[in-house]
Design a protein around this ligand. Sequence first.
Ligand code: ATP
Length: 357
Amino acid sequence: MHDLQCESLSKRFGAYTAVDSVSFDVPRGSFFSILGPSGCGKTTLMRMIAGFETPTSGDIRIKGRSVLSTPPNKRPVKMVFQHLALFPMMNVGENIAYGLRCRGENRADIARKVATVLDRVGLPGTAEKQVSQLSGGQKQRIAIARCMVLEPDVLLLDEPLGALDLKLRERMKIELKQLQHQFETTFLYITHDQSEALLMSDNVAVMNAGEFEQIGAPQDLYNNPKTGFVAGFVGDSNRWPGRALSVSDGKVRVAIDGGGEAIALAGDERIAAGGPVELFVRPEVISIGAGSENTLGGTVESLLFNGASSRILVRMANGHLVEVGQAVMDGSVSIAPGETVEIGWSRSHGRAFSVAG
Ligand code: ATP
């Protein structure tokens, strides 16, 4: 069962194609994110689903029915914007009740629904509060409550955490996921922040230049990226340009520009011996010390302590700087800047993608 289906959806502005034949299905009650850099077409895609923008071609179905000819206010979707758009002159209860009043619901039903939704977002008894008295996180929850009280089939969220400070954003990621779980409503979330998308989503579509590069569960995108763009955009990676020396059995031997060789998984079908490639290796799969399948020599440049995501920066003999994640930084292993080391990782932990050109 799908709450939302988009089929070959495109939007052109004059000669410019902002969304290029995008197709995807969002399973009922799931958290689905569209992740991509600024300008890739995320907002245009969401505005078409909301009805604020007319597609050039393609179809949008909600619960199996095309909504192309349904005006925005009649579509079973609601949208939370980055700047929330709460009415500052109304109190919390009036803000939430607004949509119900527009629908002509009676006072008793409105009061009951407002109280219920405030409970569900964890802010019971706040109906009389002024919006200006709320914290940033509370405003977020009220903005969601105001939409959810109208019981949409799909809640659209357009970078709703973008205006929050870092600490609050971290907390709200978890809260949003919990709220989605609690309401059991489909959330379609757009963001350029891969950590938000990975943390909250059941499925993520990675978007680039108007097209979807890959759709998958967060673990799938992280562990099995299908394109160099996805490998580079989802999670952290060391990236080195090089050339494919040979390709066989799904593996490629790469000559890294500047010196050194490594064997990696062939990331795409276009990789051919002699062609330019980019090699991706995540910091956490690289360790210091000999004995790995791929090894390269270098010199420790600095130690970056950051708890579990601590890094050691190693300048390799070929000139590239490597981020090494898998090394103990609690003092039990002593590594000092200037020390000569060997870094290593296994063949199945690196991935090479062909480079166009
Ligand atoms: P951001 O994360 O910065 O909001 P985005 O991925 O949401 O970016 P869109 O806002 O969808 O990207 O824009 C995609 C492209 O379409 C951009 O190049 C933008 O300039 C263009 N675009 C969007 N709306 C219009 C319009 N009304 N007329 C012409 N071009 C537009």
